[in-house]
Write a protein that binds this ligand. Sequence first.
Ligand code: SAH
Length: 349
Amino acid sequence: MNKAVDLIDKLSAQRTLTVEEYKYLLDNRSPDVETYAREKADFFRQQIYGNSVYVRGLIEISNICKNNCLYCGIRGGNTNCQRYRLSAEEIFNCCVEGYKLGFRTFVMQGGEDEYFSDDILVPLIKKIKSKFPDCAVTLSLGERSKESYESLFLAGADRYLLRHEAADEELYSMLHPQGMSYSNRMECLKNLKEIGYQVGCGFMVGAPYQTTEHMAKDLKFIEEFGPQMCGIGPFVPHKDTIFKDQKSGSADLTCFLLSLIRIIKPNLLLPATTALGTVEDDGRERGILSGANVIMPNLSPEGVRAKYDLYDNKLSTGAESAQKITELSRRMEKIGFKIEITRGDAKGR
Ligand code: SAH
């Protein structure tokens, strides 16, 4: 009997394992165990989403950031970073372009740039929602006050992505400077959920100091928090950070985690991230085949893409760009999937 296979069966039946059991799975993955998890994940995903893949147009609105997350290339303390900020008009124009290309979700992501106050964002979100009522707006703008999250939600924002980064408080504090706190991150996630956003959490795979026990806790957190979305991707070092000499996270482990997360919550919106594509050129495909059902091509104006430099070798000219959506569609069709032109909300509970 293979205990890891038994645990995957148990997870499939009960959607819950203990932290120790998750850790056992992560410590005992083999190609056979990975295949078994992938088949289960595929089965559950097919039941809910068929062979549909949802796309989101990612607009990187600013790389100006007041935080200094130790792993991140656009951290405020990086003086080598060429800063930029899109105007509300430029952001709106990205949506116009994206709509024509078939995108029905726009994701505005950026550093924590104080320029983007509610006074700027509220009218912008309202304008996007009134011009494109069949589209969803997702925000990924870091930690804000509950009042701000409320105003942005009332303006029409539908979803919010805020990776929890680490469910273990000690690891969280090793990856972030003093002044950023695990408890505030958690408070933000709780607030977003209370307000009624579709919420996304997530973490980097293979981050510095991270062990399988930490990742087991991340899985437990996802299970208990019950997000609608979850962003995970390999850690990739950035040359202007103290972690520049670290190794990238493993693509195999990322794919295994994608499968386990799909099994934990079958209707989750789970992206195959660009970071996975950085580590492997068919990362997007591998991610989808492992249980992901979302891709987020880049809709930022071409001139700024390379500047939103979270990690080294971030893709910014190839099939990840929104304009190459036909190429991406073909790549998906090759592996038996189909890109859908819809908002792509989570189905079922
Ligand atoms: N400021 C926003 C958006 C952050 S960027 C926020 O705080 O939520 C989006 C994600 O990129 C982060 O949550 C982080 O998990 C990931 N990221 C940052 N640096 C990275 C790196 N070096 N390797 C891989 N992923 C990274």
